[in-house]
Design a binder for this molecule. Structure first.
Ligand code: NAD
Length: 295
């Protein structure tokens, strides 16, 4: 593997497999992808293969380009091997502060002096992740959207000690991946997009709770009145009410402002296991639980 052109993706789940695919298919990087169990890596590689297959089917990629893109992605279970010679580590591991802090402590021992550690976290402080390393100036937020293969935006988040060099290199890498970037100048919960979106989703649940309108009418209103491609309650079912509740709780704790109070109906639905598509039911019926996990 040509290490000068190498990047690393940690986590082969919903986001990690997509980021690895974009890094290879669009960025033409050699990509090491790591997960904690062989079966997760195999599942991630299968999702990448299936997705590349769809690009080929639609004529957006030739068969040879598709094979080459798959050939540049190297799965491994060994963290030292994954980060060796890598200029950029894009971390997309499970959204669990303890797990991520432990991972960053280990990365601090293994990554090169100048290697950038970029987290795809949706809610954990970049400054906190940086504090687990020896070089917090190399730690940055690089927040992709789901699915990374199709969504054009990366939010770049500057932690308290992130250097200008790190921000500029993450921007360059994002552009090489074909993405548009925005800079979040402060490490603030929800960054830009989720800070706007998640309270709006919460407000839609308040409308249901207060009996103001039926879920179908709330979704219809927002689709036709605001031109959203999907109504907020349908979107909640896709994102997961559990994930949304976690984010509202982070906002509530961090900002200490009652405007971020999670809707009691959302709490009740999460307790009842009505979290959306992945459990088979949320605001809508989805049939049998989806196999796709989401965080
Ligand atoms: P996921 O559960 O689908 O995947 C996470 C993967 O990380 C799993 O395969 C897990 O085995 C693996 N993992 C756990 N510990 C690890 C470790 N120590 N090293 C490497 N891999 C490890 O979750 P996801 O939805 O892909 O989320 C990953 C990250 O992306 C989270 O930080 C999440 O907040 C963020 N994110 C998610 C979305 C979304 O829509 N799901 C969008 C933007 C950002």
């Amino acid at each position: 593997m040509d290490s000068g052109n190498k990047v690393t993706v940690l986590g082969a789940g919903l986001m990690g497999h997509g980021i690895a695919q974009v890094a290879s298919q669009v960025g033409k990087f050699e990509v090491s992808i790591l997960d904690v169990e062989r079966s997760y890596l195999d599942r991630g590689m299968k999702m990448i293969g299936d997705s590349i297959g769809k690009f080929v089917e639609k004529g957006k990629l030739s068969k040879d380009e598709g094979e080459a893109a798959l050939g540049r992605i190297h799965p491994t279970l060994d963290l030292a091997e994954a980060v060796k010679g890598s200029s950029l580590v894009m971390e997309a591991a499970t959204e669990d502060p303890k797990l991520k802090l432990d991972l960053y402590r280990r990365l601090a021992q293994l990554a090169g002096e100048d290697t950038i550690l970029a987290s795809n976290t949706s809610s954990i402080s970049i400054t906190l992740l940086g504090s687990a390393t020896k070089k917090p100036e190399n730690v940055c937020g690089m927040h992709f959207f789901n699915p990374p293969q199709l969504m054009p935006l990366v939010e770049i988040i500057r932690g308290n000690k992130t250097s200008d060099r790190t921000v500029s290199q993450v921007k360059d890498a994002s552009v090489r991946l074909g993405k548009e970037t925005v800079l979040c100048k402060k490490d603030s919960p929800g960054f830009i997009v989720n800070r706007i979106l998640v309270p709006a989703l919460n407000e839609a649940i308040f409308l249901v709770q207060e009996g103001v309108a039926a879920p179908e009418d709330i979704d219809k209103a927002v689709k036709l009145g605001l031109n959203w491609p999907m109504g907020p309650l349908q979107l909640l079912d896709y994102v997961g009410l559990d994930t949304t509740l976690n984010i509202m709780q982070v906002f509530m704790n961090e900002f200490e402002d009652s405007k971020y109070r999670p809707s009691p109906l959302m709490k009740e639905m999460v307790r009842a296991g009505l979290v959306g598509r992945k459990s088979g039911r949320g605001f809508y019926e989805w049939g049998s639980p989806s196999a796709t996990k989401s965080k």
